[in-house]
Design a protein around this ligand. Structure first.
Ligand code: PGA
Length: 233
């Protein structure tokens, strides 16, 4: 697949190293001004490597893909909290943006975020993949035309992510997410997927056919995608 470059690695840590190398190359070439970030366990070693590196993000603006609705930024399971904990408290950025899942008017919040993205075009976007093939919180069935919007999480995503919430907490079932079209605007996409559980989604991608049921396959229409994985195909 000519638009997809795959880097096969032995471990998440090696994958994180590869991602940092790409980021370093783009920074040094003066091509990285706006960086789209992702959350989840896949990205933790990436941020660890970024933090321990000498990479300088003080002139880079960051955007995050998604955020739960109804939990505040200081809640330990919010993605705002995740980003602060793993990256922003340790590496200064020029500016960081994430959707406000506590906004009173969620539709207005989506418009605000999409406008910010238009004003700050993404140079690189990091992406993880859900076991069900979602990218950000764009669940199966999401339109390729979608921009930042409110989503109902699928049972698969709730089952996977509920492990992070304690028993006496109810996990949010709705979220705000950048849409497929918002993500596809990024000049360069870096997709990280490690472990057997991501294999089915990657198989769909490498099968080369776009399907609404597997949002990751929309990436087949993007001109510059790098997949970093420990799965061999
Ligand atoms: P994970 O999540 O990194 O925790 O596997 C990825 C995703 O759901 O996009």
């Amino acid at each position: 697949m000519k638009n997809i470059q795959t880097i096969t690695v032995d471990s998440k840590e090696q994958g994180a190293e590869e991602i940092c190398n790409i980021v370093r190359g783009e920074l040094e070439a003066g091509r990285l001004h706006v960086l789209g970030l992702a959350t989840g366990s896949t990205m933790e070693p990436v941020y660890e490597k970024m933090v321990s590196s000498n990479l300088d993000f003080s002139d880079v603006t960051a955007f995050n893909l998604d955020e739960y609705i109804g939990i505040p930024a200081d809640h330990e399971n919010s993605y705002a909290y995740y980003m602060k904990k793993h990256l922003f408290s340790k590496k200064p950025f020029k500016q960081t943006y994430i959707e406000n899942g506590m906004a009173e008017d969620l539709d207005a919040e989506c418009v605000r975020y999409e406008t910010l993205l238009k004003e700050n075009p993404l140079d690189i976007q990091f992406l993880g993949i859900g076991e069900n093939g979602h990218i950000a919180f764009n669940e199966p069935g999401t339109s390729p035309e979608s921009v930042t919007h409110v989503v109902e999480l699928t049972q698969s995503t709730i089952d996977v992510n509920s492990q992070y919430f304690s028993e006496d907490e109810t996990m949010p079932t709705t979220a705000l997410t950048m849409g497929i079209s918002s993500i596809m605007q990024a000049k360069k996409l870096i997709v990280a997927a490690f472990g057997e559980k991501k294999r089915a989604a990657l198989e769909k991608l490498y099968a080369g056919e776009i399907s609404t049921e597997w949002p990751v396959t929309y990436l087949l229409d993007h001109p510059d995608v790098t997949v970093i994985t420990d799965q061999k195909f």
